[in-house]
Design a protein around this ligand. Structure first.
Ligand SMILES: Nc1nc2c(c(=O)[nH]1)N[C@H]1C(S)=C(S)[C@@H](COP(=O)(O)O)O[C@H]1N2
Ligand SMILES: [Mo]
Length: 406
């Protein structure tokens, strides 16, 4: 069979699967033709997303939540942001899905079937905060190119899988191993099979933490396709780009992994602060590791109205990369004074923490409620914007909602 014919056949069946019906005259379709029913797929239906999710890009799909959609303690699929660098894999066959551990620092390359991973290793469940390094990019000035995320590129779902550490112990890694890099089944946008959409990783020290999983379940069910079915690396507290979706290979490296989007300015910030708009040399950019302290007011929705004399109950979540949040405060006077919120402990390390407060307003009028979290090293969120960086990463400014008292 010629490759072109093969692609056509594979696509026909995947079209039929997506439409949910046989394409009766499919053999008569032109090569490369996409049935109308799939030409403009409704992303909300396609991915089971809430209608208030915001599509930032459809090629590839990038969809963000709004703050009020993230009110649940465990983020449901319907409110989880979607970030794709390439094309979502088609025709996944879990029976033939394998994970290979290779690289210059592995003792011997080894391949596991999904079934072996599930049956031969102990399973763990953790709730993990996973935030895109570019969350908040839309606020930077001068602006940075890329998806203009506002506040909704973060989720904290519950992930079940096996520890990467246990797999690496089973495979055996050499003493010179310093980094791991994932490889995945999504295609580069160009469809060039020699190019990868993204292949990032983390130091071995992060890879072998208890909470770093190769997950096959999210919130107690199979991971939704768009979030990495059937196997996903999850590394909570680090930029979400480390949490590779559709993972089929992990390379153990004796140097910093050099896969797609590990080099140049991707997922890097200036090692030293720079002035807004500055040009920064590649060698002066450092890889983002643990994410900074941040919080989100998830109730009420910005624009809330309340009657004079009534207290407003606010709530939300706070997280601090690999650290814990020790304090969340709110302000109703544009940051001049701050009051304490009630703060819960995380259900496990690397899970976000919930805060709440009951807010009193002195008189009728317009207010903003700002929330500010502080991490266990005493570092707090900046009020309006953190330091500018060329790619618009790590905006952990205070979240702010508008409130009117009538
Ligand atoms: N294979 C693969 N993994 C990936 C990506 C991708 O494009 N392909 N995007 C990364 C980035 S940049 C982010 S922010 C998260 C998004 O995860 P989500 O779509 O499940 O929210 O996945 C990461 N893992
Ligand atoms: Mo990301």
């Amino acid at each position: 069979m010629k490759r072109r014919d093969f692609v056509k056949k594979a696509t026909l069946s995947s079209f039929a699967a997506l439409i949910g019906a046989e394409i009766v005259f499919g053999s008569k379709m032109y090569d490369g033709y996409t049935p109308i029913a799939l030409q403009d797929p409704d992303p909300f239906k396609l991915f089971n997303k809430h209608k208030d999710m915001v599509v930032l890009n459809d090629k590839p799909w990038n969809i963000e939540a709004q703050a009020h959609l993230l009110d649940d303690k465990i983020t449901p699929n319907s409110s989880m942001f979607v970030r794709n660098n390439g094309l979502i894999p088609e025709n996944i066959d879990i029976k033939s899905w394998t994970l290979t551990i290779d690289g210059e620092s592995v003792k011997k390359t080894k391949t596991y079937t999904l079934q072996e991973l599930k049956a031969n290793f102990k399973q763990y469940t953790y709730q993990l905060t996973i935030e895109c390094g570019g969350n908040g990019r839309a606020e930077f000035d001068p602006p940075a190119k890329g998806n203009q995320w506002t506040v909704g590129a973060v989720h904290c779902a519950s992930w079940t899988g096996v520890r990467l550490r246990d797999i690496l112990e089973d495979t055996g890694i050499k003493n010179d191993a310093v980094y791991i890099g994932f490889h995945a089944a999504d295609q580069h946008l160009s469809r060039d099979p020699k190019k990868e959409a993204i292949s990032r990783g983390c130091p071995v020290a992060k890879a072998v933490q208890d909470e770093t999983l190769l997950a096959f379940q999210m919130n107690g069910k199979d991971i939704p396709l768009v979030h990495g079915y059937p196997l996903r690396l999850v590394a909570g507290g680090w930029p979400a780009s480390v949490s590779g979706k559709w993972v089929n290979r992990i390379s153990i490296r004796n140097k910093i992994h050099d896969g797609a989007k590990m080099n140049g300015t991707a997922y890097r910030v200036p090692c030293e602060p720079v002035e807004p708009g500055a040009k920064v040399k590649d060698e002066d950019m450092c890889i983002i590791e643990s994410m900074p302290v941040k919080s989100l007011i998830t109730y009420p929705k910005s624009g809330a109205m309340i009657n004079k004399g009534k207290k407003l109950n606010i709530r939300g979540h706070a997280w601090a990369g690999e650290l814990e949040v020790i304090k969340v405060e709110y302000s109703i006077d544009f940051g001049a004074t701050w009051q304490g919120c009630t703060l819960e402990s995380p259900v496990n390390r690397l899970a976000w923490q919930h805060f709440s407060a009951s807010v009193d307003f002195p008189k009728k009028g317009y207010y903003e409620v700002w929330a500010k979290a502080t991490d266990s090293l005493g570092v707090s969120q900046p009020m309006i914007l953190p330091g500018w960086n060329p790619k618009g990463y790590l905006n952990n400014a205070c979240h702010r909602i508008a409130v009117k008292v009538k």
